[in-house]
Design a protein around this ligand. Sequence first.
Ligand SMILES: *Cc1c(COP(=O)(O)O)cnc(C)c1O
Length: 503
Amino acid sequence: MKYKSTRTKDSPLLDSAEVILKGIADDGGLFVPETIPKVTLDEIKSLIDKNYCGRAVAMLKKFLTDYDDFELNECVELAYDWFDVESKVPLTILISDEQHKDSPVGVMELYHGVSSAFKDMALQLLPRLMSKALKKVGETKEILILVATSGDTGKAALAGFADVPQTKIMVFYPAEGVSKIQKLQMVTQTGKNVNVTAVQGNFDDCQNGVKEIFANENIRAELDKLNVKLSSANSINWGRLVPQICYYFASYAEFVKSGSIKLGDSINVAVPTGNFGNILAAYYAKKMGVPFKKLICASNINNVLTDFFNTGVYDRNREFHKTITPSMDILISSNLERLLYHETNGDTKRVKNFMQELNTKGKYKIDNSLKKKLDKIFYATYVTEEETTNIIKEIFDNYKYLVDTHTAVAMMSVGKYRRNTHDMSPVLVAATASPFKFTGAVLKALGQPVEGVDDLEQLDNLSFFTKKNVPKNLAALGTAKILHENICNKEDMAQAVLKFAAE
Ligand SMILES: *Cc1c(COP(=O)(O)O)cnc(C)c1O
């Protein structure tokens, strides 16, 4: 399997190891597989008796053809080793009553990794794939991953790269801009190759600082002397997308195994969407042959994607809202570019034009025939803050099942879809964060007091009220040793990078 760019017709064909290391194509486009591999129902059937790692390897093999089985097995086993449940991605099936037993909702819990959010699914595997890729392409330099984080990605990336050979990771976060739990998650990170630095400034300062370092030739030259090369672990990296495709197959197999659906039954999928990575993985799974009918693209009030699918116009010129689903507060959904590429049958010229218009005018419009194609695949809707809060309580009251705010957006979207279309097919819902990761909003939704209650205390309160256990990684935060106390001015970030690179 070879990969090419979304923006140039005859762009060079690269192996997966190369595209995982490069991250982004030389023309600024995203890497896409030359063809989308097919998976038969028989192959899906053969997944049923495998565990999560076995299922993941079977699907990774389709895309990462330059890695052998042994390598893939080793990467996957190490990646998901820590997960706090044996099944790695448990599927909880909710059925409202006997009358609706043909309309089960399967909740695919993607948050049992070290950071308690779904980013772990990809960020635990990507570093290991990168480390192997370095050997494959004969790279002898050390890779230094730079991350600017507003809170969530930082921990997942740190935990993923910790002690991975031939890599180092450095995370910058805004000193006053992350929650107490997010900060504790990062500053207690162990590993010989990790650095966590607070920046006196906001998230934009962190992000701009990192961008400037990437663009600065002098720093690159200095790093070169130290035998270090910069890289990133963005959600547009193919190595982050491909691990996500796996869980759609694994969960479909699990759904069949549960007896709630039969092999071959068509189901819908609902995904709380921000950067369009997770739902794009569902799209690839559908294209490959898993019987997915509609992909429900669930947004919060930053509903740029809802408008795009419903009107054909992508327009980022709008007010930005800070919500209780911060990981979906995004106005540029970068991974959409890959969808446009595939659904225009690889029309790189059109994709490039769309992206140029997005860059210069902040918007673009697709034509009617393309919109019709997307209508067949996607159903897009958005959910208000109040609806999000209400559905958390409703699900808890009805099922004694607890969801976080992001998952709640997807659950609410399923309700909207079913009411509007009367399609009551089974649904697979992506649960993207532990409810204990967004404790304040979840407690509030359940009518519990939060004002003046410390973040760590909130964990205990939520556990007490719902009789659910705090995930062990979060429970340990109160007593974990603080290992990183670095703080720097935004002007000094480059200096901090050079210092860490030399260590
Ligand atoms: C990142 C994230 C999302 C959005 O996923 P995308 O792949 O960016 O669409 C949703 N929920 C949570 C909890 C996340 O961390």
